[in-house]
Design a protein around this ligand. Structure first.
Ligand code: HEM
Length: 353
């Protein structure tokens, strides 16, 4: 039975194409570029909606109690994360279009927008929360809640209170199975150097030793950081609040080090996509900030913030996956990596003949 579905109806173009009402038209003070300003923000909000759709599905998968490292679902997670990265790249590039508007063109309608501001984009804030940005980590917390409508604050708070992608990543990493049977590892690293951490897994005792040998004199403090992050050592003072546990940090480092093994390739891509998301978000923040500086100089924003200074502080602070990026300080040369026990290599997908 042929359907009479029509392109125009399917895409609800009646609604979308009739949703642009420039303030300058209402006030009969025509400002040509306000149409671009509205459409570009609407395009952003549509892409934010798509990002929520992808991240929600990824969170649902990651929330499963177990997730095979080599399964089609993990492939799906990586594929969808990569889609998010591609969308974010487009969002960064869209700033090029915005920048075709000059500061004088913007001044034609800027004052008519007060007190509305991109700061009130609840989809953007909710996305940050779902990815793992905690309320305590936000720059300008009071400003953040004061500018949004109560129903939007509620939605963002609820995202903040639910398990974020970062929380689920932590649990998934903590479940990494390869270290469970200690005996094979003890046999491989039969002569572990004592570090003072008696219950430390023999692999990490050996790795710590090799890492320590790789450090330059000026880098010796890195070993203190190593012990704090991976061995939960608090002898040099209480550990700063961390979002990834020691077990999860060890698993992530192991994935980065042994990414050449077939089973670890998807997990590595997953970690990499998260870093890429942070990088694209950060590029967007910096390009947006520079554009703001170019448009309004040092004047305050229409939303009442300090404008460029607020955006700079948020850009510096809002790295969500910084603890994963930080792990790169603890890598050693590939040729110096400890060889793994045979049965672990087999589990990682290398079959010995
Ligand atoms: C002429 C172009 C633009 C100017 C001058 C501008 C200006 C600003 C300023 C000054 C702020 C800080 C809050 C305030 O005081 O208002 C801000 C925040 C923000 N703007 Fe824009 N903006 C522009 C375009 C855009 C576009 C195209 C988007 C796309 C969605 C956008 C999204 C945002 C978001 C999400 C924030 C909050 C950032 C955060 O809190 O980290 N802006 N904008």
């Amino acid at each position: 039975m042929p359907s009479d579905l029509h392109y125009h109806d399917y895409l609800q173009l009646d609604k979308i194409l009739n949703a642009q009402f420039p303030e300058s038209d209402k006030k009969q003070l025509p400002a040509h570029d306000e149409m671009l300003f509205i459409i570009i923000h609407q395009a952003y909000e549509l892409w934010f909606k798509q990002l929520h759709h992808e991240i929600d599905s990824i969170i649902t998968i990651m929330a499963r109690p177990s997730l095979n490292d080599n399964s089609p679902v993990l492939q799906m997670v990586v594929q969808r994360l990569n889609r998010c990265v591609t969308v974010l790249r487009v969002l960064v590039h869209q700033i090029d279009i915005m920048e075709t508007m000059t500061p004088m063109d913007f001044l034609d309608f800027r004052d008519m927008l007060r007190p509305a501001s991109g700061f009130q984009s609840w989809q953007f804030k909710k996305l940050e929360a779902k990815l793992g940005l905690k309320f305590e980590e936000r720059h300008g917390k009071e400003y953040y809640t004061s500018q949004l409508r109560a129903e939007h604050v509620e939605q963002i708070k609820s995202a903040e209170e639910s398990k974020s992608l970062l929380d689920l990543l932590n649990s998934w990493l903590e479940r990494m199975p390869f270290f469970n049977e200690k005996e094979n590892w003890i046999r491989t690293f039969s002569n572990p150097v004592s570090t003072g951490y008696n219950d430390t897994h023999p692999f990490w005792v050996e790795y710590r030793k090799r890492y320590s040998e790789s450090l330059d004199e000026a880098e010796k403090d890195n070993l203190i950081a190593f012990d704090r992050i991976f061995l939960n050592d608090q002898t040099s003072g209480k550990l700063e609040h961390r979002l990834l546990s020691s077990a999860a940090s060890r698993a992530a480092l192991f994935i980065m080090l042994y990414r050449g093994y077939p089973i670890l390739q998807l997990p590595f891509q997953l970690l990499n996509s998260l870093l890429e998301i942070d990088e694209q978000l950060s590029s967007w923040r910096y390009r947006h900030m520079n554009m703001v500086h170019r448009m309004i100089g040092t004047r305050i924003g229409t939303g009442g913030s300090s404008g460029k200074d607020y955006l700079k502080a948020a850009a510096d602070k809002h790295y969500i996956y910084r603890e994963i990026a930080q792990l790169n300080s603890f890598l050693i040369e590939r040729r110096k990596l400890p060889a793994l026990p045979t049965d672990v290599e087999e589990k990682l997908g290398f079959v010995h003949q």
